[in-house]
Design a protein around this ligand. Sequence first.
Ligand code: GBH
Length: 446
Amino acid sequence: MTLPRFPDGFLWGVSSSAHQVEGGADRRGKSTWDTFAATPGKVLNADTGQIATDHYHRYPEDVALMAELGVGAYRFSISWPRVLPTGSGEVNQEGLDFYDRLVDELCAKGIAPSVTLYHWDTPQPVEDAGGWLNRDTAFRFADYAETVVARLGDRVRMWMPLNEPMVVTLFGYAVGAHAPGRELMFEALPVAHHQLLAHGLATRVLRAGGAGNIGIANHHVPVWPASGSPADRGAADLYDGLVNDMFAAPVLTGRYPTDELAAAMPGPVAEDLEIISTPLDWYGVNYYLPSRVAAPGAATTPAVIDGAAMPDGLPFDFPVIDGYPVTDFGWPVVPDGLCQTLTMLADRYGDRLPPVYITENGCAYHDEVHDERRIEFLDGHLRALHRSIADGIDVRGYFVWSIVDNFEWAAGYSQRFGLVHVDFDTLARTKKDSFHWYRDLIKAQS
Ligand code: GBH
């Protein structure tokens, strides 16, 4: 059955991020992910992003694939250590030249360059100075934003300073499943605040540099209490506040969801919130799956997130979600969760929620070419998205994660999210059936 019609002007796109696709590691400064991947036991099969898909050299081929797909936008990230190898100071012109060529290539094909400034690859020297635990990192990030907008600002059409500050806080600094691998638990809260401050400062710098169309790509999950018991509901509310509201409320309303959270944050929080809530043009949602949450002790299996065991003593547990098909990554396929996420945001933030873009949605399956299950996944999620639009939520575009198979963080190359298959020995690209399906869909919708 063909998909219902999306609104006129709806933007169809694809996403990637620098560390996951570029490679070309010898032509940039070191990032936290280089260090993390070089640490035994952190990334599956000791995979690294040194070569990745070699997008750094093969971008013309990848942009040609996007042109064939007919997408209106390509969301990619800029590697901070490629532009500023030590995080600030000396600019690597060759690095900026790469993004300049990429942006020109996209413009030549009529594809809107959509830039994320930070998709988790912190320059190692910035990490050595405390990383996101250090307030100064937010100011260094704003300087980096200034360098980028000065060079690319005339052609980039969509900007988002940050991708998923929640994941950096929780996975990177609280439980250590991602770089920089810290296990600070609740001591990681300043990481959230400093990233949000960086977002606000960079937003102002981008605007001052003449950029418009600025947003954020936040990771959101509908949180399902495991039961109606007060204990499970309480645990679910707490988790919901930490993963959803903590990153949406400051940006959209200038407040932390609770006074307790605000009090846990470092620095002049009230003044910072003024900066953090600098108005945005749009709000980006990355959606993959819901979370089921219970009071501690309820789960029959130990709490594991993305293959990393959660430390003991957490105030919640994550019982498995059953009754749904799962992807090859083991994630339940719940298209309605996208509607639930959008309804949650609309209910909570009302008029303060600007137009929404789905900045990431996609799935990992091993199928090399005939990826019927990916087609079903995307079809189901787009039908759900259409229901939300029909319900009155102003959604302006959708980006598939990802254009090509790539380095899936702690899972290395074992999980494939691409519309295009990559052979990681030869780096050859092969279009999957989902590529043709998405191409036909875009054509039918235009
Ligand atoms: C995004 O993050 C990233 O922006 C992107 O770089 C990445 O490649 C893509 O998703 C696919 O992973 O423990 O089984 O319940 C998504 C963040 C955080 C989503 C962990 C899934 C828990 C899975 N992810 N989360 S599970």
